[in-house]
Design a protein around this ligand. Structure first.
Ligand code: SF4
Ligand code: SF4
Length: 287
């Protein structure tokens, strides 16, 4: 099994562009969309969905006959999901993180933890590419349970290309755990560099090998190269600032499918990635 996670410091930097074009040129891969709050890989891969599995989490349920309105549960909740109104305890499901502290603390055993659906995982296939997408229902505080369920599926996959959520949140940490390689997509601007630094710190902390791709590459690339050189991080590819990419992307078309130059660029990228992973597995790491 090889798990390759595509990250970016913030949304809109190009990680879905990289992930979807990469799966198009790699044989026997599974595309996995863990950008659960806004999964959009399916726009480009247009999969046939064969299976949808609901994801549940636990929220408290209070038995009014047992509850003495002591308020211990609402004090125990760090997330403000329980409010003691005196005559009843109000439960704000959307703030609950399922930590079960209220359940543990209730002296009257008045609380049980009940299942609530928070999202779903769609499974399908897109022209020979296996497809998995996690989706979090709007307003839910944490998508970690969806990602944890996807991580169980990944264990039986040959090559997984994982489209991570943006940023460095808990969802990202859970998405990239056990990755063989993290690819950080960035733009050559001071803001891009700032977000890249945050992502690099996280990946370093988790002790995962990493490499960088520069998107909208141009005359300012040197700021990224300088940083990568200083931190011993490989730059795998530069994607030029090209109007054609934006036009095709807005139409949901994969450029590696319709443009030979870009197809070759992504084939080269795929070869480099596989080589890096093989070297790492053989203990000949170049990182
Ligand atoms: S801790 Fe138990 S008894 Fe006290 S208010 Fe909460 S549910 Fe009711
Ligand atoms: S399970 Fe945790 S987060 Fe949810 S209401 Fe209880 S204490 Fe708060």
């Amino acid at each position: 099994m090889a798990k390759i996670s595509i990250l970016s410091g913030k949304g809109g930097t190009g990680k879905t562009f990289v992930a979807t074009n990469l799966v198009r040129v790699l044989p026997n891969v599974t595309y996995i969309d863990c950008d659960i709050e806004e999964p959009n890989g399916r726009i480009f891969l247009n999969p046939i969905i064969t299976d949808i599995n609901d994801v549940y989490t636990k929220v408290p349920l209070i038995d009014d006959n047992r509850c003495e309105r002591c308020g211990i549960c609402s004090k125990a909740c760090r997330f403000g999901a329980l409010i003691n109104l005196g005559r009843e305890i109000l439960i704000l499901d959307h703030l609950c993180h399922s930590c079960e502290a209220c359940y543990e603390m209730c002296p009257m055993n008045a609380i049980t933890m009940a299942n609530r659906k928070i999202g779903e995982i769609s499974i399908g296939v897109s022209r020979g590419i296996d497809f998995i997408e996690g989706r979090l229902n709007p307003g839910k505080p944490s998508g970690v349970p969806v990602i944890k369920q996807i991580n169980i599926l990944i264990k039986s996959i040959d090559i997984a290309i994982v489209d991570s959520p943006p940023g460095t949140s808990c969802s990202v940490v859970n998405t990239i755990e056990d990755s063989d390689l993290c690819i950080l997509v960035t733009e050559p601007t001071p803001f891009g560099l700032h977000d890249l630094k945050l992502a690099v710190e996280l990946v370093k902390e988790m002790d995962i090998p990493m490499a960088v791709i520069i998107n909208k590459s141009g005359s300012d690339n040197q700021i990224i190269y300088n940083y990568c050189m200083k931190n011993d991080i490989k730059v795998l590819m530069e994607i030029p600032y090209d109007k054609k990419i934006a036009e095709l992307y807005s139409r949901g078309t994969l450029i590696a499918e319709v443009d030979l130059t870009y197809e070759k660029m992504f084939v080269d990228l795929a070869e480099k990635i596989l080589e890096l992973i093989e070297n790492e597995a053989a203990g000949n790491s170049e990182w």
